[in-house]
Design a protein around this ligand. Structure first.
Ligand SMILES: Cc1cc2nc3c(=O)[nH]c(=O)nc-3n(C[C@H](O)[C@H](O)[C@H](O)COP(=O)(O)OP(=O)(O)OC[C@H]3O[C@@H](n4cnc5c(N)ncnc54)[C@H](O)[C@@H]3O)c2cc1C
Ligand code: SF4
Length: 478
């Protein structure tokens, strides 16, 4: 039976004023407030003014019904709050943890806009869904009817898994192929465990498996099985392969030992945390313990690398970024977290080469911001004569990701891609130039966010179901 939750308008905040900022960033009422977590979630939810112009909702890619589930939380009706929130979000506890809320729902909360500090929407979303799991309110996947159609999904990241969930609930036969040994994509091997605990991802993988989704892991499409074979086996195919080609650095010494790719570094760390034996971690090649670490890049991946290096016990951690703080692509909240943990940011700096092999330093050029480019962003320019060497014995390149060349890898020239190499797909149905082949997530958008991959996956599943219905009734889908 659902636990009764009393309304508690006790101002926990007054009792623990220093915790407010931590809460906005840490997303964990239980960790911060312990036995007061319930009261704190209720109190935060009650701060929502029910403004009637829910910018939070319109700036959430899933258009979550935030004001209503905040109101239900305020009233102590947590189960109903959970039920409402999961109608629009396949993995609310994941988004609550790792959405960059300062750029999405919370950044557009009217209370935030009026200078009183946002309602911590992500923390409430996480709280109600974690509670739902604890209380047994999360329903297993049990389709009311089994359908004959089958869908092959390539890629077990959030885009593929959100589609798998929706299709399986509708009774479709779903097989997910992934080249990794665990499902979850970047939820499992990219995003660090201190932001997203791996049990939370594994629990969702299990729910899907228990619900009848078939996983074919350690299966690299293009080498272990061809794309054509997958197409042959299924009525529809979803490509959700993400983007994994790391942007590289050129310049003297760029091939030196001790210069590594962010994805390799983070994957090794995540594997080690999952209990795997990771030789590159054991050998120190992908381990920051006792090292002078320099991370190059200003996005969220760079923030994950610097914060992971701190946790591994690095001697020092510096982050080089060629623009200034205001112009960095990563979340400001993450920068603040990293600074509080001891990371030093060297704004307006760019590497021009590397000293030593193994690497002993980064040759750095100081930059300034010049005139805005076509996109309106100020372009960084070199300041002549302001070079210096930044000491480092582990350099992590976190310059972003590009798509692999899928048409060439899979021998499928009919799969149309954009000039950036992302797969071209209809923005509503997500169908590609190949009939019955859909594509979602980063492989369509370029490096993006989990919440957008979830939205795409849900929409593609809807479009496939419409197409199946149309085929079975003979009425063409729109
Ligand atoms: C380090 C890092 C941190 C991030 N942090 C955040 C964050 O805090 N918040 C946020 O919202 N977003 C974050 N992102 C972005 C987010 O993880 C992605 O936008 C999201 O995971 C994209 O989902 P996806 O399903 O499109 O692809 P992915 O999650 O990349 O999953 C793709 C899957 O396809 C599989 N695959 C690829 N090619 C093949 C093939 N040929 N055969 C078989 N399988 C294949 C891969 O193994 C992988 O499992 C982060 C990204 C990185 C790299
Ligand atoms: S899914 Fe992300 S953007 Fe939407 S309400 Fe949740 S935390 Fe905010």
């Amino acid at each position: 039976m659902a636990k009764q939750r009393m309304l508690q308008f006790v101002s926990v905040e007054k009792q623990m004023p220093e915790k407010r900022a931590a809460e906005a960033r840490a997303h964990d009422f239980k960790e911060i407030y312990g036995e007061f977590a319930d009261a704190k979630a209720t109190e935060q939810a009650s701060r929502c003014s029910q403004c009637g112009v829910p910018y939070c909702q319109s700036h959430c890619p899933l258009h979550n019904n935030i004001p209503d589930w905040l109101r239900l939380t305020t009233e102590g009706r947590l189960q109903e709050a959970y039920e409402l929130s999961q109608l629009t979000n396949t993995f609310p506890e994941i988004c609550g943890r790792i959405c960059p809320q300062d750029r999405l729902c919370e950044g557009n909360c009217v209370i935030e806009q009026s200078g009183h500090g946002t309602v911590t929407i992500g923390a409430v979303e996480k709280y109600i869904t974690d509670t739902a799991w604890e209380e047994g309110w999360v329903q297993p996947i049990r389709p009311a009817v089994e359908r004959s159609e089958s869908v092959g999904i390539i890629g077990a990241g959030p885009g593929g898994l959100a589609a798998a969930d929706a299709l399986r609930r509708a009774g479709v036969q779903v097989t997910v192929y992934d080249r990794y040994d665990r499902a979850g994509g970047l939820l499992t091997y990219g995003i660090p465990g201190f932001k997203l605990e791996k049990e939370v991802v594994m629990r969702r993988n299990k729910q899907l498996e228990d619900g009848g989704v078939r996983f074919v892991l350690n299966c690299n499409v293009g080498s272990d099985i061809s794309f054509a074979e997958i197409r042959e086996k299924h009525d529809a195919v979803l490509i959700a392969t993400g983007v994994y080609k790391s942007r590289d650095l050129q310049g003297p010494g760029s091939g030196a030992r001790g210069i590594v790719r962010a994805i390799d570094y983070l994957t090794a760390s995540n594997r080690q945390n999952l209990g795997d034996t990771v030789p590159e971690y054991e050998s120190g090649e992908l381990n920051a313990a006792g090292r002078k670490v320099v991370v190059i890049g200003g996005g969220d991946t760079a923030m994950d690398c610097v914060r992971t290096a701190i946790r591994q016990g690095a001697d020092s951690v510096k982050c080089l970024y060629r623009r200034d703080r205001a112009n960095m692509p990563g979340s400001q909240r993450e920068v603040q977290n990293a600074e509080e943990e001891g990371v030093v940011f060297e704004w307006l700096t760019a590497p021009q080469g590397f000293a030593g092999d193994p690497v002993s330093g980064v040759m750095v050029q100081r930059m300034r911001l010049g005139a805005p480019d076509a996109s309106g962003r100020q372009s960084p320019e070199v300041i002549e004569g302001a070079d210096y060497v930044e000491e480092a014995d582990l350099v992590i390149k976190a310059l972003g990701f590009e798509p692999e060349d899928l048409p060439a890898l899979w021998g499928e020239e009919a799969l149309e891609v954009t000039r950036w190499g992302t797969v071209k797909a209809n923005f509503r149905t997500h169908e590609t130039a190949m009939p019955g082949v859909y594509a979602v997530g980063d492989i369509v958008r370029g490096a993006s966010l989990v919440v957008w991959a979830i939205r795409d996956g849900r929409e593609a599943a809807d479009a496939m179901l419409e197409a199946f219905e149309a085929a079975s009734t003979g009425v063409a889908a729109e």
